[in-house]
Design a protein around this ligand. Sequence first.
Ligand code: NAD
Length: 502
Amino acid sequence: MTKSVHHWIGGKTVEGTSGNWGPVTDPATGAVTTQVALASVEEVDAAVAAAKDAFATWGNSSLAQRTTILFKFRALLDANRDAIAELIVAEHGKVHSDALGEVARGLEIVDLACGITTQLKGELSTQVSNRVDVASIRQPVGVVAGITPFNFPAMVPMWMFPIAIATGNTFILKPSEKDPSPSLKIAELLAEAGLPDGVFNVVHGDKVAVDRLLEHPDVSAVSFVGSTPIARYIHTTASANGKRVQALGGAKNHMLVLPDADLDAAADAAVSAAYGSAGERCMAISAVVAVGAIGDELVQKIRERAEKIKIGPGNDPTSEMGPLITAVHRDKVASYVHGAADEGCEVVLDGSAYTYEGAGHENGHWIGLSLLDHVPTSAKAYQDEIFGPVLCVLRAETYEEGLALINASPFGNGTAIFTRDGGAARRFQLEVQAGMVGVNVPIPVPVGYHSFGGWKDSLFGDHHIYGNDGIHFYTRGKVVTTRWPDPADGPTGVDLGFPRNH
Ligand code: NAD
């Protein structure tokens, strides 16, 4: 063990006292490099108490104070892109350039939060009745919690806390215990930017910490991003405890390729979106649906490109794809490839036995790229979210058949259509059952000022994350009706009738 990761509560590091620790592994070597403190109920309670204390003043802080701090934080984040990316690479395993992309997309939400002043202006109607004005305002909800997955240890927390704190809430982050360090770097930068103690807290932990956040009476809202079974559990439990909740789950994202598409561009996009970050992205394309007679040519083009991808440690600038998060996950991903032929798939590329040869990396969580063709919808490789570098290709005779196949999936996160036909693309936008649609764009992650979220089993709750939905989620509405009577109006008098506007 070279390093211990502790909690961040009330503006400082607080050592874990539960006696429970989780191992953090360098995926490229398989070595346990770090131990992370797993919070007890009492430690979560301490973080909630710190956040509640801080809310008493932060909830009433001026917009000028909040945005001054957020602009400073943005500058610090910008200056520390590489440092954060290095922490991501060391614990997640993705390649450095990909980690920088994650930081850049998180920074977009900080940009949105820096401009919160225009979003919180509210609405005013004057003279709705005689001498009566009505104002709608939005106020923070209080202490809010964010529970985040391993695959974007910097970006996903940044989908949440910049908006939560800009709108006047205080925040408790429970990051993934698999790659906890980037969250602490972010906490330090927020403190350096001048954020008051207790406004942003980090508790590390597992189910014990999560369950305490879900039941704690002083937590008003919970944002969750992770797998579908846990998202469903979080939504049910937090809702039953009276909390506002948004819970984003897993995915199986389809790319529909029509016969008129530019097949080279479609193959480039499929390979980038399926194998980037070793497939450990909730917006990864994991199923390509080839329509009409183009299937064989498209698969050939995908294969040629996939065979050239260079796999290696994330800190080697020549690597394009890194290892998977854990050895257990690597073995699970490989099992889908091993079972594919028996389930009726044609195994075009089998990367399950790949291992990186570099010295010291023998025990890394390596896996190569796999490509399965003619995948039946009954195959487990199609039905499950594999979350690894395995791309399934399915065949459909027509647009309608392809669309029906996509819409039958229980997931509805992202999807894409590749075509030169504007009419078909327009139909697809309107007819597909998914929250985010790309037209010749394989990973349609919305920019920060639009909202991110899926449909069906990919999101539980009625708010998408960040953008206007995020601002709504972290604020509650209040409507103020005001009359300033004028003596010239004469006496008001008693009237038991329901008030009407004149
Ligand atoms: P996960 O569901 O295992 O863990 C997510 C969080 O929940 C972690 O903080 C973890 O500690 C906690 N957790 C795990 N098990 C729990 C339990 N039984 N009770 C309470 N809390 C628990 O997800 P992961 O493996 O870290 O991340 C990968 C998953 O996240 C994939 O399914 C991926 O699609 C999904 N994801 C979705 C989005 C999206 O926007 N929809 C974005 C990123 C990742």
